[in-house]
Design a protein around this ligand. Structure first.
Ligand SMILES: Cc1ncc(COP(=O)(O)O)c(C=O)c1O
Length: 347
């Protein structure tokens, strides 16, 4: 990039940024330090960068023949911006995802995902999450995913992250065009993470809405309808939306399954829902459990209701519309304890 050419005449010196002051040398040095760092893929800590910048700055009388200070400043700002943004944007098939790939995900928005809570490198239900990813990829892309490869990519992306957080694995093909989604797909694996909320979350009040997600058994990225109802519920003073079908049977929440306690058994409404992994794990560990249709009319007769998903675990529901439910029923703590005692699988 930096071929040395003789500076000739005043025009050339203006193009190069004119005489180089000490502060400009420093800035340009900073630019070179950042450029060098971004080329070799290492970013020195800020203090080292400044020292490095001034050292390089001393060598500028030679380098300024090659690049203008403005160009160098532009490069450093660009390198820093790209570095800061992509680091938090995640990895696509094991390398930092580019803004272009993310743009395709954002604008075409065709794909599927799963989210998992990681606690000290362990994930409850990891095998089921991998099964979900493989199953949904078949449905969404007619394509077979290598589950061990997906697992490796997750491990690679988050292996050095301690504590608890949420990792999301999104499968999409950045090359698929909006106008030609029937083209053969090469789905890729995006791994991103976000902070985990503290458990237990406070009880929530939910508003019912008649709605059915498209392909309810698939965890796909088509979230508009669910988020539309969540937004309306929030605007009406509730915490979230609960979906009811056209015959008034309860199905699921915007991003969670719902369970009830009838005083004896935990009742999970069946029907057209996402078979959540939290729900499936809870079914395995809680003895008195049934799957049965729950009509809207049955709700006032229930002792308790709760939401379940990987991010919230078990969260009490204290009201559905104007039907009050005891958010503090002991069943909620029992289920939470049973869920938390499920050992996580090591990544
Ligand atoms: C519509 C819907 N139902 C249920 C769930 C619960 O799934 P899981 O327990 O696998 O998080 C989710 C999770 O996001 C969801 O979006």
């Amino acid at each position: 990039m930096c071929r040395r050419r003789p500076a000739s005449g005043p025009d050339r010196s203006r193009r190069l940024g004119g005489p180089v002051s000490n502060s400009r040398k420093g800035c340009a040095g900073l630019a070179l330090a950042a450029c060098a760092a971004s080329v070799i893929g290492v970013s020195p800590p800020p203090a080292h960068r400044i020292v490095l910048a001034w050292r390089i700055g001393l060598a500028l009388p030679m380098t300024c023949h090659c690049l203008s200070t403005e160009l160098l400043l532009h490069l450093v700002m660009r390198a820093d911006r790209v570095e800061c943004k992509t680091r938090s944007m995640g990895e696509l098939n094991g390398v930092q995802v580019t803004p272009e790939a993310l743009q395709s995900l954002g604008l075409v928005n065709y794909g599927h995902f799963t989210s998992m809570r990681v606690d000290d490198q362990r994930i409850r239900g990891l095998s089921q999450h991998l099964d979900r990813i493989v199953h949904d990829c078949r449905v969404v892309f007619n394509s077979d995913l290598d589950r061990d490869h997906v697992r490796q990519l997750i491990r690679r992306a988050i292996a050095d992250k301690p504590g608890s957080f949420i990792v999301r694995v999104t499968i999409f093909d950045p090359d698929l065009q909006l106008g030609h989604l029937g083209a053969p797909a090469k789905p890729r694996v995006l791994v991103t993470s976000r902070p985990a909320a503290d458990w237990p979350a406070a009880p929530m009040r939910v508003q019912s809405a008649v709605y059915r997600r498209e392909l309810p058994e698939v965890k796909h990225v088509g979230l508009f309808g669910a988020l539309w109802h969540r937004r309306n519920a929030e605007l009406n003073g509730y915490d979230d939306a609960l979906f009811i079908d056209a015959s008034s049977f309860v199905s699921e929440g915007a991003t969670w399954n719902i369970g009830f306690f009838d005083g004896d058994r935990v009742v999970w409404p069946g029907g057209e829902i996402l078979p959540g992994i939290t729900m499936r794990l809870l079914k395995q560990v809680h003895d008195h459990t049934i799957t049965a249709p729950v009509s809207y009319r049955d709700i006032p007769g229930m002792r308790a209701a709760f939401a379940a998903n990987t991010a919230i675990g078990v969260r009490a529901i204290s009201a559905i519309d104007n039907i009050q439910l005891p958010g503090g029923d002991p069943i909620i703590d029992t289920l939470r304890k049973e869920y938390q005692e499920i050992p996580g699988e090591r990544l």
